[in-house]
Design a binder for this molecule. Structure first.
Ligand code: HEM
Length: 539
């Protein structure tokens, strides 16, 4: 005891400093030793201990990936380090095959689970961020049973026609309000409101009047509680979409002074969002119970939320035979809330941005616009009022080609990740379990190995269905975690493009400005100012 006391009392400040310095040196040497002797080294920026790469704090993450892709991506793989985590970036279609194999459980997770998923109650909830295989499988199975059949009905089209008509009327009102040739609008904001209304109607059969309230706000009408309520709802979605990287910050860093306020803000946002969603679920459950009691439940025309509520009960319209018993139970309100959260988060901004990027490219390519208008004239026989049906959509092949070409050249989900559960061979190399792979969709979609003049916007690539190389184009990911809303998304995008161009001339306010983007987990169109000039016959 006395010896220890003597040693401790003789330690000076300089000793402490020297000790700390030595520890740091040992850490740095160990870090670079591990880095330079790593398995399967690939080119990429040399990492800084603890931080990985500083660039992530200084530029848009997709712009950074794109820059690295040009510098290091020619062999189909490069690597980088973010906050001490090695990430293997794939830019070649052939290397994607194993990662998106439909029967593979080896690459079923998107990320490691060392972040804050549990704090945000997302670890076992919903689909998109769910990290527990059994809960994910259960939720995905029921979500898929509810959403896939919906895309084969006329329900999404009917809702879209109705909402579009409403949006158009707002634009015409705004035009009259300002007395200009056409309303000047930020289409990215309008689309955020439109898609919130759409998903609310599609999932819960609920009118939220999000667009109506936004228009009232634009016209400086008095603010009501209802308006503030819907604004808060849209804000909840936007905040989550733009700041969800916070959830992946390693737990250990959570309390750092520049991180804690962001975590707390997002947590508050999510809790408010969950409350609102649970209210919607509870309200719907009461409604469903009432219709069942009255014998009025129409199992053929259920909205998505009703399908989720009655899944695996006697009222299920798609009862499953021979299904894994663990999947064969009804969902509770909290589980349904998790799935509804996914529908709003994954189903709104993705479509918004793809739509905005499509408008941007069409306005910059008059020859594409000409062909688009020709197709609309052929399909709708110059009748601008006819509601758009599923049958019409099937004929809009050029419109679909525009959507695909937009997603090729400027994908809104430009990175799709997989975190391996066991050792596997990828790109001719054996990788240990717990390797994080990023399929850099934008890099693959623009790789000259598969695309002639990839920088050019040419929808015909998809229109004429020239042999497209396997996995060289990805809009909705692939394999067991492929997007669940892909059919609905295409219906929505085709309907909107057709509807807008049937009735309006779309002019970009600044033809010289590049599209303003910001990337979180998706690339968001921050602003796209356009003028929508009604075609004479619809005024
Ligand atoms: C243009 C619109 C959309 C795009 C570009 C898009 C893209 C994607 C992508 C790339 C993924 C990841 C797939 C993977 O990891 O392999 C994904 C997942 C997902 N998407 Fe979409 N999506 C869109 C619209 C929608 C809509 C409308 C919904 C629902 C209403 C939706 C629901 C989901 C869900 C639930 C997942 C997670 C699936 C899972 O983890 O198992 N998406 N989406």
């Amino acid at each position: 005891m006395g010896v220890l006391y003597n040693i401790l009392s003789n330690i000076t400040f300089t000793d402490i400093l020297t000790g700390l310095l030595s520890l740091t040196c040992i850490y740095v040497i160990h870090f670079y030793y591990k880095h330079f002797t790593r398995l399967n080294p690939f080119p990429g920026p040399t990492p800084i201990p603890l931080i990985g790469s500083l660039a992530i704090f200084m530029e848009d993450i997709d712009a950074w990936f794109w820059r690295l892709n040009k510098k290091y991506g020619h062999n189909g793989i490069y690597e980088l380090n973010i906050a001490g985590n090695r990430q293997i970036v794939i830019t070649r279609a052939e290397y994607v095959d194993t990662l998106v194999a439909t029967d593979s459980k080896a690459h079923i997770m998107r990320t490691a689970n060392n972040g804050l998923l549990d704090l945000f109650d997302l670890e076992k909830k919903g689909v998109g961020l769910n990290h527990d295989y059994n809960y994910w499988k259960f939720n995905r199975h029921i979500f898929s049973q509810a959403i896939m059949p919906l895309s084969l009905t006329d329900k999404p089209s009917m809702i879209l026609n109705q909402l579009y008509k409403e949006m158009e009327q707002h634009w015409i009102d705004l035009k009259q309000h300002t007395g200009e040739r056409g309303a000047v609008i930020d289409i990215s904001v309008w689309m955020r409101h439109f898609t919130a209304d759409f998903i609310a109607m599609l999932t819960a059969g609920k009118r939220m009047a999000v667009m109506k309230h936004y228009c009232q706000r634009l016209k400086n009408e008095p603010l009501t509680e209802e308006i503030l309520d819907t604004e808060e709802f849209v804000e909840c979605i936007n905040t989550f979409v733009s700041d969800n990287q916070v959830i992946f910050i390693p737990k250990i860093l959570r309390s750092l002074p520049f991180i804690k306020p962001r975590v707390d803000k997002l947590l508050k946002n999510c809790n408010r969002f969950y409350e609102k969603l649970v209210d919607i679920v509870k309200e719907k459950r009461k409604e469903v119970e009432k219709t069942i009691m009255n014998g009025e439940l129409d199992t053929k025309r259920m909205d998505l939320l009703t399908s989720l509520i009655v899944a695996n009960t006697q009222y299920d319209s798609h009862p499953q035979e021979k299904v894994d018993p663990s999947l064969n139970r009804p969902m509770n309100d909290d589980e349904i809330r998790g799935v509804m959260f996914d529908a709003f988060v994954a189903g709104t901004d993705t479509t918004v941005n793809t739509f905005c990027f499509a408008l941007y490219y069409i306005t910059h390519h008059p020859e594409v616009k000409k062909k688009l208008l020709e197709e609309l004239a052929t399909v709708f026989k110059d009748d601008p009022y006819k509601p758009i049906t599923l049958e019409d959509l099937a004929k809009l092949r050029y419109v679909e080609a525009i959507i695909k070409e937009t997603s090729r050249i400027r994908p809104t989900v430009s990175m799709v990740s997989r975190y391996s559960q066991r050792p596997d061979e990828i790109a001719g190399h054996l990788w240990p379990a717990k390797t994080l792979f990023i399929m850099y969709v934008r890099g693959i979609n623009n790789n000259p190995l598969y695309w002639k003049e990839p920088e050019k916007f040419i929808p015909e690539r998809f229109y004429e269905n020239q042999g497209i190389h396997k996995n060289s184009f990805s809009m909705f990911g692939g394999g067991p975690r492929m997007c669940l809303g892909r059919k609905i998304a295409i219906i929505e995008l085709k309907t909107l493009l057709a509807a807008v161009y049937r009735r309006f001339d779309v002019e970009l306010l600044d033809m010289n400005a590049p599209v303003k983007v910001e990337t979180s987990t998706i690339t968001v169109c921050k602003e796209l100012k356009i003028r929508v000039v009604p075609k004479e016959r619809i005024i």
